[in-house]
Write a protein that binds this ligand. Structure first.
Ligand code: ZN
Length: 266
């Protein structure tokens, strides 16, 4: 029973009966980061230490998609939006220290530039990693994946404009990396049926949103839920959140509930 629990701990239940490990997402990991936009490197280090001590193994979404019921035991997907240079400088070395990896979603038309797509000044002026930094991280086992070309609200685009952002970012990134790009992440978490359909048609295997998990519901590969981790979250809250991924098992699993009244009809 314990093994079965461990195997299924906190899994995202997919349509068709498969499961994926839980997914968390970050933006910046930088000294002095505004708490809304990121965490500091020491805080990130402590969070990864908590995951390690709880028996989790941080992986990319690509690796999780390849896993089966036994190999996904203890996995948690660690993802980063926008592709900040500080992910290269600060987050990646911490992840490696714990034997973890993760997925970094790059805005492929803006690599090496400073962020300028947001109205909120807290999100403006941050350096994005260059193509060669992304290539280096890919060679070190990180998944570098696509987050559109220019970070628009994809739900407001249709036809050729939408296709250029969704498919174009895949082509652009494959050119930079020299390897296949397998997953996508919707800017701002905005999408609709047409956006999802475009992501599927563009050849991605899955797409992540910023939506919270819905315990007990089955999820679609092109609308994967994730939990935001910002600098506002205390270490205790982080520990409770990730521990909760394990406790939620009973709601997601097709197995009988852990706490049963024993009055089975059969
Ligand atoms: Zn973004």
């Amino acid at each position: 029973m314990l093994d079965a629990l461990k195997r299924r701990s906190g899994m995202i239940a997919l349509e068709g009966g498969k499961n994926l490990p839980p997914i968390i997402y970050y933006h910046r990991v930088a000294p002095g980061a505004d708490p809304d936009t990121g965490v500091t490197p020491p805080a990130f280090d402590r969070q990864m230490g908590i995951l390690k001590s709880l028996g989790f193994r941080g992986v990319s979404l690509r690796e999780a998609l390849k896993s089966d019921a036994s190999s996904s035991a203890g996995m948690i997907c660690i993802t980063f939006d926008d592709g900040y240079q500080d992910n290269y400088a600060f987050a990646a070395p911490v992840l490696e220290k714990y034997g973890f990896r993760g997925t970094i979603y790059c805005v492929t038309g803006k690599m090496g530039e400073k962020t300028a797509w947001a109205d909120d000044p807290r999100w403006v002026g941050h350096r994005l990693m260059t193509g060669s930094e992304a290539r280096e991280l890919a060679a070190r086992g990180f998944e570098i994946a696509a987050h559109s070309r220019t970070h628009p609200d994809l739900s407001s685009l249709t036809g050729e404009e939408l296709w250029t952002e969704v498919r174009g970012s895949r082509e652009e990134l494959e050119e930079v990396l020299g390897e296949t790009v397998e997953t996508f992440c919707y800017p701002y978490g905005f999408y609709n049926d047409e956006t999802r359909e475009a992501a599927s048609r563009a050849g991605y295997r899955a797409a992540r949103s910023t939506r919270r998990m819905r315990p007990g519901k089955t999820e679609n590969l092109f609308d994967l839920p994730a939990r935001s981790i910002s600098g506002e979250m205390s270490l205790a809250r982080f520990a409770v959140t990730v521990s909760g991924f394990r406790l939620l098992e009973g709601w997601r699993s097709p197995l009988p509930p852990v706490f049963s009244d024993g009055e089975s009809s059969s």
